[in-house]
Design a protein around this ligand. Sequence first.
Ligand SMILES: *Cc1c(COP(=O)(O)O)cnc(C)c1O
Length: 414
Amino acid sequence: MNAKLDSTVTTRPVTRQTYDEVLVPTYAPAQMVPVRAAGLDLWDQEGKRYLDFTSGIAVAALGHCNPIVVEALVRQANTVWHLGNGYTNEPVLRLGLAITEATFADRAFFCNSGAEANEAALKLARKHAHAKYGEHKSRIVSCLNSFHGRTLFTVSVGGQPKYTEGFEPLPPSIDHIPYNDIEAARAAIGDDVCAVIVEPVQGEGGVMPGNPEYLQELRALCDKTGALLIFDEVQCGMGRTGSLFAYMGYGVTPDVLTSAKALGNGYPVAAMLTTEELAKSLAVGTHGTTYGGNPLAATVALTVLETINQPAFLARVKEASLYLIGKLEELVRDYPQVFGIVRGAGLLLGIVVTDEFKGRSKDIQRAVEAEGLMVLIAGPDVVRLAPALIVTDAQIDEAMALMRKGLDKLLAAR
Ligand SMILES: *Cc1c(COP(=O)(O)O)cnc(C)c1O
């Protein structure tokens, strides 16, 4: 066996233009093409360096190519990658022990993406309600502006109509209510509801933190009606808010929790966590996925979980958050034409634009990217920052300097 890949295939020149020629045009990626990264640093094809305050949309929480994660991945890559669900494996058993010991959950189901974890959570809720109460208890309540993934079911549960347009007919029995609105929740959560799904901090929808009283009220309404409370912590979990999971900081415990994004630091892996009692609803044969919890994914997730779930690590996230919030408030003060308020939690922060810059978050993103800072947007009116959780104060200072440079140029160009 000495067959080698044809090097002309693996090294042929490609550019941003190639994207437009061969990929399905679902995204509008930046013009620069990143080729290499380490920690919060990233380089494009031209060798230009960027400071990454996106971490791949809140994914690379331990930084790019984190040596501890790389070591675990390579070790497992040389051991065994995949076995299929006819066999279990040691890494997934260790991950299952670690994640249930660290959370409210007694059981974990592993899959490959946030959408799949939510799909599993919603199917669990339907199956549970069906068996315990009957077919009539099938309604799902979700929030406007929420985001839960892109499968047909999860995109229908998500509260952003622009993502379901043209995909009709959509799955029925899904209601959307305004986020943080207790009266609307009381009116919507009746006896026919099997699940209430909510992001403790809305990410895509504009970096909007849930009010503690709101999440508490959802818990109470679910207890009253027998609906399951599902926390989608795909974006806000895994240390992002300074707690391992956001529910811990709120002191409100869900029945089901979904995790993905940072769980694999960039390796695709996701989890649905629940109680022993509820897990019984997904008996042998009721649900599954080929790759879920394979040895490679489980090794990476275990390494990430063990690294993040340390008191000193999480305390540093809170400290970095306070430092960054302080700097962002200075930015808002110094650029009142551009920015109104700062909101969010931990290292998931949004700066909301003023009326003057309404709809222009993308322009701001491009302007600061030109100066070498990568940031995210969360809709047309919010610039979103989600740096790796290992960000230093010096990197925050550098990011603010680059941001100011970009804003100065943007304002000068008007
Ligand atoms: C990103 C995200 C998802 C979807 O995750 P995928 O891995 O893209 O399927 C679901 N919920 C929330 C809150 C997210 O931020």
